[in-house]
Design a protein around this ligand. Structure first.
Ligand code: GAP
Length: 547
């Protein structure tokens, strides 16, 4: 079972250090998020897997890392200045600004139960709003010094087409791959890291012979679907949407959107567009001599002919482009959604359930009597609390979220409820991130059975050092709790392997043959096996490669 709500992921990400709201201590900045210690590892692992699959494991793709700041002419000839717009409507009463095509998802700022237009407000007619952020290059703020923050990485690859061709002598078909930041002044950023104003893209521009574009479009669709499945996304949670002609971006001849079943429903994870000869044609000089198949803006400012000399035809042609373009942040959100599970691993005794039920009842009573709580907060706690109470045996993990609601901590009886619920939750339930081992932020946790036993501790730390020295096995050492609690902590962040050093490891246990071995606990099956310390590295690497 994957994550059912975005709140489950937002809460885990904040609590365990995957993702934080941007600039939080100053009240935040809408549409921005910061990746914490675990989030940056997950994101890097996803990007590295993409780069490996597309650049290292293929013979037909080169990498590129172009500037975020580009000459504004790039965005003029790419068509973005004219057409990279969303329709915006203003509400003259609540002063909200909304995307005209998303009014159904938006809420009136004054009457949040209604959507804009259904309230007392009056909406302006839609007007175009360009999504590109402007900045200034150099110390003089005049009209000549402005530049845009790129809204896609793609253009860096088109404007370098001739450079790469000259440097590498590549023959068609070949592609360029780039990972980098992109910026869009989204009117309504929403759904956590799904729609943000600063994000990362993993894009390929794949140049093909004119006439072969449909073949390559299908190939790339299959390729990209297979890759996301390899990253752990289930087929049932992936769909292909053929974008109707009327919805195509200005550059596209045909586009497939790969849709993933996020907690808010199926939404775009990656677009695979067939961009014809539009981009190279738009940025090229001598356009009238190129025999372009699409109409482009006349360009007298480019200094380069972006063509390819076809050795068979013995003439210059303008290649067509297939573009698989994935969002890194949406990828991270999809991985988290897919991997997230809450599981009961043990039954809770009837006495314990009774004690928790009593503590919950007392807590809710005290909430309803508390005059200091705002009515909205009181209502929220009581509604959620009553729901939990009605089906306590199955909704115990939600007690933690209940106690995190605004105002809950200020209730004296919250401590008592926590005191009753937490030990049972730790013992009987777990949240687990079933990430592919290769993507997991931390690969191995070393948990000494006794933290005050010098030999156990020294050996555990030595094992950590040796594994870390290998270079790819990110390993942590944790002795800050009982072993059960430490397992739960690692399960929650997706660590695939927990190693325990115990008395058997030292040869002081009951089974002599266990000397020199550690227990390796598998995150998903929770099964343990003993592995020789000398064979640990090879064992773990094999498990990660096939996991
Ligand atoms: N070069 C083509 C291009 O940029 P796009 O469909 O606009 O196409 C590609 O963007 C991908 O970038 C999307 O499929 C999505 O994963 C990601 N993306 C776009 N806008 C985003 C935003 N505001 N926040 C997060 N990711 C975004």
């Amino acid at each position: 079972m994957s994550a059912q709500t975005l709140d489950q992921l937002v809460s885990l990400c904040k609590r365990r250090g995957f993702i934080f709201p941007g600039s939080e201590i100053y009240g935040g900045l809408q549409g921005t998020y910061d990746y914490g210690p675990l989030g940056v590892e997950l994101k890097n692992n996803l990007k590295a897997a993409w780069w490996r699959a597309n650049v290292y494991e293929r013979d037909d793709i080169e990498g590129l890392d172009a500037s975020i700041l580009m000459n504004p002419l790039v965005w003029n000839y790419s068509g973005h200045e004219e057409t990279f717009v969303d329709e915006l409507v203003d509400c003259l009463v609540c002063k909200g600004r909304f995307r005209a095509d998303r009014l159904g998802d938006a809420r009136c700022l004054q009457e949040p139960t209604k959507q804009p237009g259904q309230c007392q407000g009056k909406l302006t007619p839609p007007r175009p709003f360009n999504l590109m952020f402007k900045t200034q290059v150099g110390p003089v703020a005049d009209p000549a010094s402005f530049a845009y923050l790129r809204p896609e990485t793609a253009q860096g690859m088109f404007v370098n087409f001739a450079n790469v061709l000259n440097a590498t002598g590549r023959k068609l078909p070949f592609g360029l791959a780039q990972i980098g930041k992109a910026f869009r002044n989204e009117i309504t950023p929403r759904n956590f890291i799904f729609r943000v104003r600063e994000f990362e893209q993993m894009e390929i521009e794949y140049f093909v012979q004119p006439g072969e574009e449909d073949l390559w479009h299908e190939r790339w669709l299959a390729e990209r679907l297979a890759w996301w499945r390899k990253m752990g996304l289930k087929s049932d949670n992936l769909q292909v949407y053929t974008v109707p002609k009327a919805e195509l971006a200005h550059y596209s001849k045909a586009t497939y959107d790969l849709m993933y079943r996020f907690p808010m429903g199926f939404e775009e994870l990656e677009g695979i567009a067939s961009r014809s000869d539009y981009d190279l044609g738009s940025h090229s000089r001598d356009q009238d001599q190129l025999g372009l198949t699409v109409s482009v803006k006349p360009n007298k400012q480019s200094t380069a002919r972006l063509t390819y000399f076809d050795p068979t035809l013995k003439q210059h042609i303008v290649p067509f482009v297939i573009e698989p373009s994935a969002g890194v942040d949406r990828g991270v959100l999809a991985l988290l959604t897919e991997a997230y599970a809450e599981e009961q691993v043990k039954a809770v005794s009837a006495e314990r359930l009774q004690a928790i039920s009593t503590a919950l009842g007392a807590f809710l009573k005290s909430v309803s009597n508390n005059a200091k709580l705002s009515p909205a907060h009181r209502e929220e706690i009581l509604t959620q609390g009553e729901q939990i109470k009605q089906d306590l045996a199955n909704s115990m993990p939600q007690i933690q979220a209940l106690l995190e609601l605004p105002g809950a901590k200020s209730i004296e009886l919250a401590k008592k409820l926590r005191g009753q619920a937490e030990p049972a939750l730790d013992e009987a339930f777990r949240t687990v991130l079933r990430l592919k081992p290769a993507l997991a932020p931390i690969k191995v946790a070393i948990l000494p059975l006794k933290r005050n036993h010098p030999e156990i501790v020294a050996l555990a730390k030595q094992i950590r050092k040796d594994l870390q020295a290998e270079g790819t096995l990110r390993t942590v050492y944790d002795d800050t709790g009982a072993i059960g609690k430490l397992y739960r902590r690692q399960d929650e962040i997706g660590t695939p392997f927990c190693l325990t050093v115990d008395f058997d490891t030292l040869g002081e246990g009951q089974i002599a043959s266990f000397k020199g071995t550690v227990t390796v606990r598998d995150r998903d099956t929770m099964k343990q096996e003993r592995v020789l310390i000398t064979e640990l590295q090879a064992y773990l690497k094999a498990q990660i490669a096939t996991g």
